[in-house]
Design a protein. Structure first.
Lengths: 263, 259
């Protein structure tokens, strides 16, 4: 009777997992920012050793690079803050959908058994609704089956339906908030990508300058390679987060439409 | 879920809800009781979350959900009140009573809003059902089985809700709610009491307190209801029991559902 709602409930709980995935990758960026800092300090030291002022352009470049970790940190903090909010919304949504499920199950059980188990088409049709949208609830409360029984039964059914509606509205509000939170997280990721692009460009410039230094430029070539690797790692992590965010957005949009995904 | 009116006089009713033929087999069968006094209701051990929809649907036949004014939790177990958050969601004005020992623990059943509980002191208390309902009395039943445990006596109906005392693991083919064959019923009660009740002296104190009340009916949270001469037989039997037993040389017992 409540198969779709049961999957809907599970999908809502899965939001929490998606949010943890985003948060975990987000936190690992802090470590990456530290690695970049070490590379930049190393670059500064190496550039200072180059004589005849030839290391000066490289010194300028690695100093720019030295700012990168400082730029990554606030972005990561923003992502962490957004993920914390998302986790709170996901937990609230899980609780709400869980209560909603129990209340709907109670509400449907108040409908006399003969209407629940009969082959009457109209009764079957109404009880087979997914009950994942306000429209489903409206159909139930407007249905003649809902009006069966004495005044007490009808009054209680109405009260329970009102609370079901309040829970569903609350769930939708939280899911809307979660959607906007996921969008904000995606925007914060874009900031990280821009930082990565700048760092890669700096690495390219360092490598170019190093080419003119002959033997003395070897260390800088290695430094540029390491920076490139760090940016690759940053890109891989932001990609993973994007995939999780896209999955989250898809899931929330699905839930807001009152649909559920079996897998 | 089935329900049966145990008492109905002058606007004062006792209804037992239980013996759910559709319940999952891994969930222990429980009895939920409701006292409706002049239109206002008190739920006694409203049950676990698993059976909430069924209990709600059955209860809705007797009382408006807005008129549930109080919940009494005999102790802290999940089969007693893990549905509490659902009832408070339905009607936030419900006052929930439980032993002071468990207020901080039962609050963990919250699913959002904090659960506010009215603590019952160790010596018990009188509780009014709603604004103009009858008074009932929380009777100490500590260590029977929980360390903070209460029974509830309703002097108007002469009914004692005993929680897990007198409880039985009744086979599913026994559909009768009232105990009719005491000797047979002892077989369903013995194992339950010997293992789950930790203190013989606490049990003796409880039977003394209950004898003084002279209840007409004793309603446990699991199993069948004792009425008339069965009440005395139950108290006599409890007075012979040595509980809190576990023999570690005995063959490994079958895992059982917890009370």
């Amino acid at each position: 009777m409540l198969d779709v709602l049961s999957v809907f409930k599970r999908n809502t709980n899965q939001l929490f997992g998606i949010c943890v995935d985003i948060l975990n990758v987000g936190r690992s960026l802090q470590q990456l920012s530290l690695s970049m800092q070490i590379l930049a300090i190393n670059g500064v030291v190496q550039a200072a050793k180059v004589g005849d002022g030839k290391g000066r352009p490289i010194l300028a470049l690695v100093e720019i690079l030295n700012h990168t970790p400082g730029e990554i940190r606030p972005e990561v903090e923003t992502i962490e803050r957004l993920c914390a909010k998302l986790a709170k919304l996901a937990a609230h949504s899980s609780n709400t959908v869980w209560r909603y499920y129990q209340l709907i199950a109670g509400l449907l059980t108040t409908i006399p058994r003969e209407y629940r188990t009969s082959s009457r088409m109209h009764a079957d049709a109404i009880l087979d609704l997914p009950f994942t949208t306000p429209d489903d609830l409206a159909q139930l409360t407007a249905h003649p089956t809902f009006q069966t029984g004495d005044a007490l039964a009808r009054s209680n059914r109405q009260s329970i339906a009102t609370i079901c509606r309040a829970n569903l509205t609350d769930l939708h509000e939280r899911l809307e908030e979660a959607l906007s939170c996921l969008d904000d997280t995606r925007r914060a990721l874009h900031g990280l990508e821009t930082i990565g692009l700048t760092a890669r460009y700096m690495a390219f410039c360092i490598a170019s300058e190093a080419a003119g230094l002959g033997e003395a430029g070897m260390n800088f070539k290695n430094l540029a390679t390491e920076i490139g690797k760090a940016v690759d790692e940053l890109n891989a992590k932001t990609h993973t987060m994007k995939v999780s965010i896209d999955g989250g957005v898809e899931m929330v949009e699905l839930l807001l439409r009152g649909q559920a995904r079996e897998k | 879920m089935k329900s049966k009116t145990l008492f109905n006089d002058n606007g004062h009713q006792w209804i037992a809800i239980g013996r759910d033929p559709e319940k999952d087999s891994h969930v222990i069968d429980t009895n939920e009781y409701v006292i409706i006094s002049h239109g206002q209701a008190m739920l006694l051990d409203p049950g676990g979350i698993q059976i909430f929809p069924q209990v709600l649907a059955e209860l809705a036949k007797y009382v408006r959900v807005e008129d549930i004014r109080a919940i009494f939790a005999s102790h802290q177990d999940p089969d007693i009140s893990s549905s509490l958050a659902m009832w408070l969601d339905l009607n936030p004005s419900i006052t929930t009573y439980c032993s002071w020992l468990w207020t901080g623990f039962i609050s963990h059943f919250s699913t959002g809003n904090a659960i506010e509980l009215h603590p019952i002191p160790d010596h018990g208390m009188r509780i009014k059902i709603g604004d103009h309902g009858a008074d009932v009395e929380a009777i100490p039943a500590h260590y029977c089985h929980s360390s903070g445990n209460f029974s509830l006596y309703d002097p108007t109906a002469g009914i004692l809700f005993s929680g897990d005392i007198g409880a039985a693991l009744v086979p599913s083919h026994e559909t009768e709610l009232m105990v009719t064959d005491f000797d047979q019923h002892v077989e369903y009660m013995r194992g339950f009491h010997i293992r789950w009740m930790p203190s013989t002296s606490a049990l003796r104190s409880w039977t003394q307190r209950v004898r003084a009340l002279k209840p007409d009916m004793i309603c446990p949270q699991h199993g069948s209801v004792f009425q008339g001469e069965m009440v005395g037989k139950l108290l006599d039997w409890l007075d012979t029991l040595e509980v809190g037993q576990w023999n570690d040389t005995a063959p490994a017992s079958q895992p059982q559902q917890a009370a």
